[in-house]
Design a protein around this ligand. Structure first.
Ligand SMILES: [Fe+2]
Length: 374
């Protein structure tokens, strides 16, 4: 859990800010004196801990630094394709899917060379132009999650296409509704809820499109408890692609900035999604996703318990709350020479630190991409 503070704010029991996650019992003793009776926790900031730590994917064949140039080219290629594709849909011209499969194949190849490089880069670059970046983020994250579920490459290609195309129907929705800063009226909400079926109508006549792709387009807002739309399906009636795309879709939406909301830090988004277990999503689907990307996904911007700031450089599948962190700023948020801290290796030493807080880089106006290479 995330401990905000302890004490009552009185002279006898002064309020002391903690601002740290407690994961093990020994940490409680180091953070809170034994005589404390009142502790304020933030349930939304809690770190979900999957029961079983599963190693992240198969063997990494090349390093993130080696894969980044290809990932950058891939991001530009993807943005060009999606911009043209969405413009075609808006104009009502026949959509051309011929370049979509090679693009998704490149996503797959990148993820198989290095699981985190392209996923991390896409996410760090994805704070503007949500319409386009959301599609490519959902596509590559679906590929990553599908890979962890052991899907073969042919199935991953169709799954990645499902992610890329899942929101195509939004191109038919009035931009004033899509980007409205305030709450939608009932009629605006109904218009928004039409996008899965709009997407189906745009794609249904495409020759050779796998039926599971169409199902994901229609079903990605259906929910485990039947509370979704457009059909209010219960989970057993929802296709496997739709299940993957819907989890990834929610994660990317929460962690993206929109005109009407700030971007949520990845760990906070995962914590919120953990609360959706057995409600909007089956518990296993949420747990599998958290195992797949880690409690603190690579690229997360974090504050360490020592006060310095860093970026999660690599996950620790065995100790999900103890990743490697590249420290990039001192406690005053002034840049410093980057250095890597392995939080698991430091445990039990005088230099031991924890992740105190996961932060959204965009809210601090930071461009973290340059630190991926350093
Ligand atoms: Fe959608």
């Amino acid at each position: 859990m995330f401990v905000v503070s302890y004490g009552l704010g009185t002279f006898a029991s002064p309020l002391v800010r903690v601002g740290a996650h407690v994961v093990t019992e020994s940490q409680i003793h180091s953070l809170v004196p034994p005589d404390v009776e009142d502790v304020l926790i933030d349930a939304c900031a809690a770190i979900p801990l999957p029961d079983v730590a599963t190693p992240v994917g198969g063997p990494v064949t090349i390093t993130m630094g080696e894969e980044l140039p290809a990932a950058r080219r891939l991001h530009s290629e993807a943005m060009d394709y999606v911009r043209h594709f969405v413009d075609d849909v808006r104009r009502g011209t026949q959509v051309d899917l011929s370049a979509a499969s090679p693009l998704v194949q490149n996503f797959i190849d990148s993820v198989f060379r290095n699981e985190t490089a392209a996923v991390t880069l896409f996410k760090l670059r994805g704070f503007d132009e949500y319409t386009y970046t959301h599609s490519i983020n959902v596509s590559i994250l679906s590929v990553l999650l599908g890979k962890h579920q052991g899907l073969d490459k042919t199935t991953l290609l169709n799954l990645g296409l499902a992610g890329l195309l899942h929101d195509v129907g939004k191109a038919k929705i009035d931009g004033d509704i899509l980007n409205k800063p305030g709450k939608l009226t009932e009629s605006e909400f109904q218009a928004m809820k039409a996008h899965p079926l709009e997407g189906f109508n745009i794609l249904k006549d495409q020759v050779g499109l796998d039926p599971e792709i169409l199902r994901a387009v229609v079903e990605h807002h259906e929910r485990y408890d039947g509370s979704g739309y457009p059909q209010g399906l219960k989970w057993t009636a929802i296709d496997r692609f739709s299940r993957i795309v819907s989890v990834v879709d929610v994660y990317d939406a929460l962690t993206s900035r929109r005109v009407y909301k700030n971007a949520m830090a990845p760990a906070k988004a995962l914590s919120l999604m953990f609360q959706m277990r057995s409600l909007q999503f089956p518990a296993d689907d949420i747990d599998n996703f958290i195992r797949c990307i880690g409690v603190f996904p690579v690229g997360s911007f974090v504050r360490l318990s020592g006060g310095e700031y860093g970026i999660v450089a690599s996950a620790n599948p065995v100790r999900p709350t103890k990743p490697e962190v590249k420290v990039i700023m001192d406690s005053s948020m002034c840049p410093r020479r980057p250095c890597i801290l392995n939080l698991a290796a430091l445990e039990g030493t005088p230099e031991a630190q924890d992740i105190a807080e996961a932060l959204s880089p965009v809210e601090h106006r930071l461009n973290l991409e340059r630190y991926l290479d350093a």
